[in-house]
Design a protein around this ligand. Structure first.
Ligand code: HEM
Ligand SMILES: *[C@@H]1O[C@H](CO)[C@@H](O)[C@H](O)[C@H]1NC(C)=O
Ligand SMILES: *[C@@H]1O[C@H](CO)[C@@H](O)[C@H](O)[C@H]1NC(C)=O
Ligand SMILES: *[C@@H]1O[C@H](CO)[C@@H](O)[C@H](O)[C@H]1NC(C)=O
Length: 379
């Protein structure tokens, strides 16, 4: 009884503190969700402060995606169960997960720190100490830290992972030519069809795949071209915007360093790396019109991404057995810069792929051609 009263007081303090910060917490419907507030504070430290779309934040989003993809109707794997953290020794052997080791240790620390506090029954019953919960929760906070991102929904209560996901379930362009050569199975060089079929096998339509790729608007690559780690995939890696859809649709011939790495094709903006998989999805007849439709509409992109992301976060789970804690997720900052072509580029540079509608007419940002700098590396 005493513990419960103490918990309520702690919770009330947490509520007060957060309502002062104005993140809408007054609306928390389920008091069990309040245990997440201390975790948010730790996550904001990891992500370099509120509203900072950091490298660790982007990695966290990629971790949550890769973890959720780890499920197959035949081979099994638990989906969004945190197995990539729990069984990292196995799952990191998948080259598609290269680089995720950098975020797994911080997640583990987070889990352990909060486990220390998890003495009382109420706490362990809800168990924010589970990797499954922490991965999806941490990614929702990481997204909320990126200006322009939608406020994604979050549900808690995923049971702990019981086994690692089978490898080879996460689509990837091989990380390096060397790796591709070493890999006897050249099917590993994913075609658009392979990617769409992989997603389709777990219930995602081609349009949902395109929607999820909005996440590449905050992405940088470090393994594709390891000579220039932290190369952004669009010109605005600190903002969750539609620039990826615009810039990947442009004809491209620029490379960040030595030229074409495996999985990389020419980009339209100096310093930006274009993934071959993104390039192909922007042009493939199954996805090109939808790709184009997201290029000039931030609101539509946000809505489509949020829906597909929430679905991905439930991979392997049934929402009816989870608890909705969406109201603990802060509202991300909005953005004011409208969709645009980077300096010197215009509709003339669009590689028109959609056969039934023209690429939207957009303004060109004034100034000399951009040279986008790599994201500063933590290590
Ligand atoms: C469609 C198949 C996909 C492929 C082939 C793919 C491939 C890649 C590659 C090669 C990188 C760069 C890795 C590096 O060199 O460091 C990357 C980064 C990233 N990907 Fe994807 N990806 C796909 C889908 C997704 C989806 C669906 C999401 C999330 C919804 C996602 C989120 C991210 C994020 C956030 C990063 C950046 C990580 C960072 O900045 O450190 N990707 N992806
Ligand atoms: C993870 O969650 C499950 C049920 O949700 C719980 O039984 C288990 O004890 C939790 N694990 C930890 C380490 O708290
Ligand atoms: C942008 O998308 C939203 C939501 O899908 C839609 O209501 C709106 O009409 C679109 N705006 C334009 C200019 O197409
Ligand atoms: C989720 O669980 C509910 C209630 O147990 C069940 O009716 C429904 O069919 C399940 N949905 C899926 C997709 O498994």
């Amino acid at each position: 009884m005493g513990t419960h009263i103490a918990l309520l007081i702690v919770t009330a303090v947490a509520l007060l503190k957060h309502s002062v910060q104005g993140d809408g917490v007054n609306n928390v419907k389920n008091i069990d969700c309040c245990q997440f507030f201390p975790v948010i504070d730790d996550l904001l430290d990891l992500f370099e402060g509120p509203n900072t779309c950091s490298e660790d934040g982007a990695l966290m989003v990629r971790l949550a995606y890769s973890d959720a993809m780890g499920i197959d109707p035949m081979l099994s794997g638990g989906g969004a169960d945190g197995s990539l953290v729990t069984f990292s020794a196995v799952e990191l052997q998948d080259p598609a997960n290269d680089g995720l080791d950098n975020i797994i240790d911080p997640v583990r620390t987070l889990v352990e720190n909060h486990e220390i506090e998890a003495g009382d029954m109420s706490h362990s019953q809800i168990s924010d100490t589970n990797e499954s919960l922490s991965v999806q929760f941490a990614a929702a906070i990481a997204l909320a830290n990126c200006p322009g991102a939608p406020r994604v929904k979050f549900m808690m209560g995923r049971p702990a992972a019981t086994a690692p996901a089978p490898i080879d379930l996460v689509p990837e362009p091989p990380s390096s030519p060397k790796e591709a050569l070493m890999n006897e199975n050249l099917n590993n060089i994913d075609t658009t069809t392979f990617i769409l079929e992989r997603f389709s096998s777990i219930g995602f339509s081609p349009s949902e795949v395109v929607s999820l790729l909005a996440a590449h608007s905050i992405a940088t690559a470090s393994d594709i071209d390891s000579i220039v780690p932290g190369t952004p995939l669009d010109s605005t890696p600190f903002i969750f915007d539609t620039q990826l859809y615009i810039e990947v649709a442009l004809r491209g011939f620029l490379f960040t360093s030595t030229g074409e790495n495996q999985g990389e094709v020419g980009s339209a903006v100096q310093g930006v790396l274009r993934l071959e998989s993104d390039h192909n999805l922007a042009r493939d007849s199954r996805t090109n019109c939808f790709w184009q439709s997201l290029a000039s509409n931030q609101t539509a992109m946000q809505a489509q991404f949020a829906a597909a992301w929430f679905k991905l976060s439930l991979s392997g789970h049934n929402a009816t057995s989870l608890t909705d804690c969406s109201d603990v997720i802060p509202t991300p900052l909005g953005i004011t810069t409208p969709p645009h072509f980077p300096p010197s580029l215009s509709n003339d540079n669009v590689d028109q792929a959609c056969a039934t509608a023209a690429f939207p007419t957009l303004p060109t940002e004034p100034g000399p051609p951009l040279v986008v700098q790599p994201r500063q590396q933590d290590d």
